[in-house]
Design a protein around this ligand. Structure first.
Ligand code: PMP
Length: 380
C-alpha cells in the first residue's frame, strides 16, 4: 500500500544528501573530536564546518551555537540558564500554548516556588500582548515563547515580545522547533537571547538539536563536561552534527521557493476540505508557517478518523506527537477557546518539501471519502 505522510511536524525524513554526508562519520572517520591525533583533529575540523553552517542558518556566530540532543533539552537549558543568571528573579512568563517540553519543566519549577505566568491566546491563536506587557516585571527571569505553534502553525510576534522583555531588562528565549526550516531565522532580527530547535524537524536525524546562546550570556550546563565550551558535556554527536550542518545549508538555500510551493499545497487541502465538507473549519489564523493546517471535522471522532486514515495509508495526527495516546483534547485548541468536542474532532496535517501534488490529491480524495462516510454512515 502506498503511504502518504502528512505528519512532518512530528518528524521529517532524513534527506538523501544529509544521510550521504553522515555515512563516512560512522565507520570511516570515527575519531573523537577531543583526541589530539589525526583522526580526532579531522573530526574536530568537520565539527567546526558544521557549526559554521548552523551559525549561518541563524545569522549567528559559531561561538553562540551549543549542540544538544534536541529542542527539549535546549528549552530546558535556556530556562535553567535564565534562572541561574538571575537568582533573585523568580518569575517566568510564557504562553498557554507552549510545547509540553516547556510546560512540563515549568510545572516542576512552579513546585519549587517559581512563579509561572501563562499568557492566553484568542480564538485565532494570537497572543494577548497587553497581558504579556503587564506580566513582564523587573523580577522576571525569562520570557519564553514558541516561534510557531506545533499544532496550528500560528506564528507569534517574536521580535515584538523580545523588545517588551528587553525594555524591562528581561532575557528572552524562543522555541523555534517548528519554525526552523520553515521560516528564515535571524537571531538579530528576532532579538532573542536564546533560541532552540531540533534537527529532525528539518530533515536531519533525531537526537541532535541546538541552543543558540547570545554572546555575553552565560549558559548553565544541564550536563557538565569540557565539550561545547563547557556548556554541554559529553562526546559530540558527530554524525548528527554533520547531518544537521548539511540540513541547515539545504534548508537555507531552498526556503523561499520551497515554502511557496508548500503553502500552495497546504492551501489546496484547506480549500478542498472547506468547499466539499460543510462541517469542516480551520483552527488558527494567519500568520502561520506554510506547511501546517489544523482542521476541525465537527461531529467526527478524531481518533476514529485518524485510525481510518492510517488504514488507508495516510499518516496524520491529532496534535502534538509528544502527547499522542493521550485521550484528552489538545491544550492548544482548548486554550484557543475551542470546545472539548471540537478539539477532539480536529486533525493536524503537516507537509514538507517532499510532499507532492499527487500526495495532496490522494489525501483530499481519501479524507473526503472517509469523513463523508463517518458523518452519514450507511445503514443496512
Ligand atoms: N518544541 C516544539 C514546538 C516541538 O514541536 C517539539 C517537538 N514536537 C519540541 C519542542 C521538542 O523537540 P524534541 O522532541 O526533538 O526534543
Amino acid at each position: 500500500m502506498t503511504s502518504y505522510y502528512f505528519d512532518n511536524n512530528a518528524t521529517t525524513r532524513v534527506l538523501p544528501e544529509v544521510l550521504h554526508a553522515m555515512l563516512p562519520w560512522f565507520s570511516e572517520h570515527y575519531g573523537n573530536a577531543s583526541s589530539s591525533h589525526q583522526f580526532g583533529q579531522f573530526a574536530k575540523e568537520a565539527l567546526m564546518t558544521a557549526r559554521g553552517a548552523v551559525a549561518k542558518f541563524l545569522h549567528a556566530s559559531s561561538a553562540e551555537i551549543v549542540f544538544t540532543s534536541g529542542a527539549t533539552e535546549s528549552n530546558h537549558m535556556a530556562i535553567m540558564s535564565a534562572l541561574a543568571m538571575h537568582p533573585t528573579r523568580r518569575r517566568i512568563v510564557t504562553s498557554t500554548v507552549e510545547h509540553s517540553s516547556t510546560l512540563r519543566l515549568l510545572d516542576e519549577l512552579a513546585k519549587t516556588g517559581v512563579e509561572v505566568i501563562q499568557i492566553p491566546v484568542n480564538a485565532k491563536g494570537e497572543l494577548n500582548l497587553a497581558q504579556l506587557k503587564t506580566a513582564v516585571t523587573e523580577d522576571t527571569a525569562l520570557v519564553t515563547l514558541m516561534h510557531a505553534n506545533n499544532e496550528t502553525g500560528v506564528i507569534f510576534p517574536i521580535a515584538e515580545v523580545a523588545s517588551i522583555a528587553h525594555k524591562k531588562g528581561v532575557l528572552f528565549h524562543t522555541d523555534a522547533a517548528q519554525s526552523a526550516g520553515k521560516l528564515a531565522l535571524d537571531v538579530t532580527q528576532l532579538a532573542c537571547d536564546f533560541l532552540s530547535f531540533s534537527g529532525h524537524k528539518l530533515h536531519a536525524p533525531k537526537g541532535i538539536g541546538v541552543l543558540f546562546v547570545k554572546k555575553g550570556i552565560t549558559a548553565k550546563p544541564l550536563i557538565y563536561g569540557h565539550q561545547e565550551r563547557n556548556r554541554r558535556g559529553g562526546t559530540e554527536n558527530q554524525t548528527g552534527i554533520i547531518g544537521l550542518g548539511v540540513a541547515c545549508q539545504l534548508a537555507q538555500l531552498a526556503i523561499s521557493n520551497a515554502n511557496s510551493t508548500i503553502a500552495n499545497l497546504r492551501n489546496e487541502i484547506e480549500q478542498s476540505m472547506l468547499n466539499m465538507l460543510p462541517f469542516v473549519s480551520v483552527n488558527g489564523a494567519e500568520p502561520r508557517v506554510p506547511n501546517t493546517t489544523n482542521l476541525c471535522f465537527t461531529g467526527l471522532h478524531g481518533e476514529e478518523l485518524l485510525h481510518k486514515l492510517n488504514k488507508a495509508g495516510v499518516m496524520a495526527s491529532l496534535g502534538s506527537a509528544c502527547t499522542a495516546g493521550d485521550t484528552n483534547p489538545s491544550h492548544v485548541l482548548l486554550a484557543m477557546g475551542i470546545n472539548r468536542e471540537d478539539a477532539l474532532s480536529s486533525l493536524r496535517l503537516s507537509l514538507s518539501k517532499e510532499t507532492t501534488a499527487d500526495d495532496v490529491k490522494k489525501l483530499v480524495s481519501i479524507l473526503t471519502q472517509i469523513a463523508t462516510e463517518m458523518r452519514s454512515p450507511v445503514t443496512a
